[in-house]
Design a protein around this ligand. Structure first.
Ligand SMILES: Nc1nc2c(ncn2[C@@H]2O[C@H](COP(=O)(O)OP(=O)(O)OP(=O)(O)O)[C@@H](O)[C@H]2O)c(=O)[nH]1
Ligand SMILES: [Mg+2]
Length: 396
């Protein structure tokens, strides 16, 4: 979780522009390999560091965007992958070189909504001509910062960087943020059955308890068997009830209709992924036809828990729910999605090993092509008939 709190900053530009030197300058330590040889940095390199005036960040050094050799093309591809996980970018240029490679990457920054700053490095040799500077600044709607990794103090760059990092990069992802307020009573219904781990709670429950406390609310944790008693014995009325999906039916009956009710799977989906589009896409499960294909996007590699849900339980449930002959294709990690139009729907796993940004980028291709998306937890909630009530609290 802590990882989400650190802004991720990528550094891009042509080979030999001084990208690695700038990283070293920002960190104040020789962290990245610098050499006069073009193509020194080959793979994206992540460094978790503290920048004066900004705090802890993750800096990502990349290979040059102008490497046209066969191997170079693969490196450039990896460099472009970095765009999917950063909050902010530095584009390094030198001399009077501003052309196709720069325009191409700027187009991607814009597509991924990554704020960027342009640094003209090696400026102790030559500054950018006024003409080109004006052209770049108007074309990119951003200022060009003159800098020399060799001679200048890092401060000017740190200040510019600080302004470019969006607030969202620091924001702690909150499971219940925005729907509860300080002082609220939040009731968590956590069944303890044979599948529950010995002597402890499962991760989503622990995360929810912590989140309720972080939001300065009062947390009540009980089993479904104690729920009726809770409501009948004059205990404080909860502002929100979060339940395990397995016992939804019972909880739905006991919790008064005017009390907000949701499930652990839904709040997790909201934390990790494109929740708005999951909300819109999930009901399409009811429109599936014989022969439709569903793309299952797996972002983690735990074979046992997620694998079983995604490869066995969920497909069985979908076939049973729709009564149709549905085909499933599985894609794991960051494997590129090919021919998205062949799919009637895409369903993303819970993504507990991925960041929200990675997941959103993963499902974006489907969204852009008008393919409905859902996620494991939301699809299960929908097919269990609880979708409407557990998502109502999130619909403005
Ligand atoms: N004169 C001058 N030289 C610089 C400056 N910054 C970096 N250099 C030199 O430029 C060369 C390339 O620097 P790197 O930091 O390795 O450049 P890079 O962009 O990481 O290069 P690749 O990893 O090969 O893509 C080295 O010889 C650096 O010493 C600068 O501000 N002024
Ligand atoms: Mg380098």
């Amino acid at each position: 979780m802590a990882k989400d709190l650190k802004p991720h900053i990528g550094i891009f530009g042509r080979m030999n522009n001084g990208k690695s030197s700038i990283i070293n300058k920002l960190t104040g330590q020789p962290m990245a390999i610098v050499s006069e040889q073009a193509g020194t940095t080959t793979d994206p390199v992540k460094k978790s560091i503290e920048i004066f005036g900004i705090g802890p960040v993750v800096l990502i050094d990349t290979a040059g965007i102008d490497d046209v050799s066969e191997l170079g093309k693969q490196r450039v591809e990896k460099t472009y992958q970095v765009l999917k996980e950063i909050d902010c970018a530095i584009l390094v240029i030198t001399g009077e070189d501003f052309g196709e490679p720069e325009r191409e990457i700027i187009k991607e920054f814009k597509k991924h909504e990554v704020p960027f700053l342009i640094v003209h490095n090696k400026s102790e040799i030559s500054v950018l001509s006024e003409n080109l500077k004006t052209k770049i600044e108007s074309e990119c709607s951003t200022k060009v910062l003159e800098f020399s990794a060799l001679k200048d103090d890092a401060k000017v760059l740190q200040e510019a960087l600080n302004k470019s990092i969006p607030e969202s990069a620091y924001k702690k992802a909150s499971l219940l943020g925005g729907i509860i307020k300080p002082g609220d009573v939040v009731l968590l219904v956590t069944p303890i059955d044979a599948e529950a781990p010995e002597g402890r709670m499962i991760l989503p429950q622990v995360m929810a308890i912590r989140d309720v406390l972080d939001n300065d609310c009062i947390c009540v944790v009980l089993k479904e068997t104690a729920l009726k008693q809770y409501f009948e014995s004059g205990m404080p009325r909860p502002n929100l009830v979060v339940t395990d999906s397995q016992v939804f039916k019972l909880v739905n009956e006991i919790v008064p209709k005017d009390v907000m009710l949701t499930s652990f799977s839904i709040i997790l989906a909201r934390l990790r992924g494109d929740f708005e589009n999951y909300l819109k896409g999930t009901p399409h499960l009811s429109d599936l036809k014989d022969g439709d294909k569903i793309l299952m996007l797996e972002s983690c590699t735990h074979e046992i828990s997620c694998g079983d849900i995604g490869r066995v339980k969920l497909p069985n449930l979908i076939r049973k729910f729709t009564g149709k002959n549905i085909e499933f294709t599985y894609l794991s990690g960051l494997t590129p999605i090919e021919n998205i139009h062949q799919y009637a729907m895409a369903i993303q796993c819970g993504g507990c090993m991925a960041t929200r940004k990675q997941l959103i980028n993963r499902t974006n291709m489907a969204v852009e092509n008008g393919i409905p998306i859902s996620n494991y937890g939301m699809a299960i909630a929908y097919m269990n008939g609880i979708f409407e009530r557990v998502t109502r609290v999130f619909i403005p």
